[in-house]
Design a protein around this ligand. Sequence first.
Ligand SMILES: [Zn+2]
Length: 142
Amino acid sequence: MKKSQTCKHCGEYFTPNRRGVQKYCSNSCRSLAWRKSKTKPKENTLAGIIRKEKEKKQAETSTNPKDKISFAGIANATIGSGIASIAGSLFTPEENKPATKKDIKALQASLLKRYLPIRNMAPNAKGQYPYYDFEVKVVVFR
Ligand SMILES: [Zn+2]
């Protein structure tokens, strides 16, 4: 048997079963060469460029899968808490909301404006202190 051809994958001389058709010495070389051509396409072809871009994108996204997941997690948590707080403010009646410092100051100011403590009057039987109510112009015990 005369070895007349070189394998396109490994470069070994081999005897083709069918002359001119067979390019590789064995099936394994053929499949290896096919896989190589799949993974390393010609860069100057459109398909090659597209594949290269895809590989680049895959590399970008697959290098930091944890970052992507944690970012998505944070985003979900943020959206979740945002919805929760919106829902909370929608379903909490004004009266039940905890008073803020601003609320308390406003309340104190309105109380000071409306009620003036009367120093020369004794507290009533209930232990309430006398105030002059500016709005109704009467003495009230509070
Ligand atoms: Zn070979």
